[in-house]
Write a protein that binds this ligand. Sequence first.
Ligand code: GZL
Length: 354
Amino acid sequence: MRKKILATALSLTMAATLLVGCGGGGQDASSDKSSDKGGGDKKEIVVGFSQVGAESDWRTANSESMKSTFSKENGYELIFDDAQQKQENQITAIRNFIQQEVDYIILAPVTETGWDTVLKEAKDADIPVIIVDRMVEVSDDSLYTAWVGSNFKLEGQKACEWLKAYAEAKGIKEINIVDIQGTIGASAQIGRTEALNDAVKANGWNLVAQQTGEFTQAKGQEVMESILKKGDDINVVYCENDNEAFGAIDAIKAAGKKVGPDGDILVMSFDTVKDGITKTMEGEIICNTECNPLHGSRVEEIIKKLEDGGTPDKQAYVEEGIYAHSDDVAKVTIDGTDYEVTKVTQEVIDKRAY
Ligand code: GZL
């Protein structure tokens, strides 16, 4: 939108300059600026944001972060589209943004593949695309300008290293683990599942079941119920986000089993949203690996750099912690880097930004 206004202004200025250039003797291009009303009224930057959906507390926090950053007060016009977890809706939204000639397109991709065609259309329309949260797998990485998000495999590695150390500390000899996966094909699911599969092989754990809970509480509960009905011996459930953990906990309790350090099943999770970190303090979740949703300011930093004619980093990872109900494991080490484990207390919760 702003581009169109700028283009019109440029052509008018050029016309004016040409007139001046032709001996009109009037204002030159430079003094045209004095006619600029208000001494440089900044035009709003128009941002089209294609959001995955509203499947989880994490997504809600992420949307709130983006909306509070790209506000009118901050000089933006935000066009927000909720794709209800459907890629075809995201593709339609991006095409609409192109039609509307937005200044920037932000995409939180529901899954990694299937973006080349529509991102090529955005590139042909000369609209920069910023990818946020999950990653896209494209044939040509010039189809997006920058990406900011989490290292999902590292998140999974932290969680699995924690479980290994916790089992050793508590004398748990056998790990019979269920993986309630996220949305299949989403970077968060790919990374967290890969880390668990590697740890199962490396530590001789027994992977009892692996099924998607689609990052939702309802599906997480449904999947846990069906797995429990099979009667397999399970002592750990690895939920790939907090909302799945909430559902799994309900299913485990409904089956007459106890969760927690002194119960039948340890529930692990990712995201550390408010209710998730609170359940970690209470012990219903034994370990919760952070996945920070507050990407608004991080994406704005990219846009500001582009506005200033700079080149943002192609990829930027967010620093994230790991939280536990107890202090049995003080830290985990991944590829030579130590990650401190934080025991959750009310003070820890009160200090957190989401
Ligand atoms: C992770 C994000 C995932 C969260 C889920 O960055 O893509 O999607 O872990 C959310 O809660 O639904």
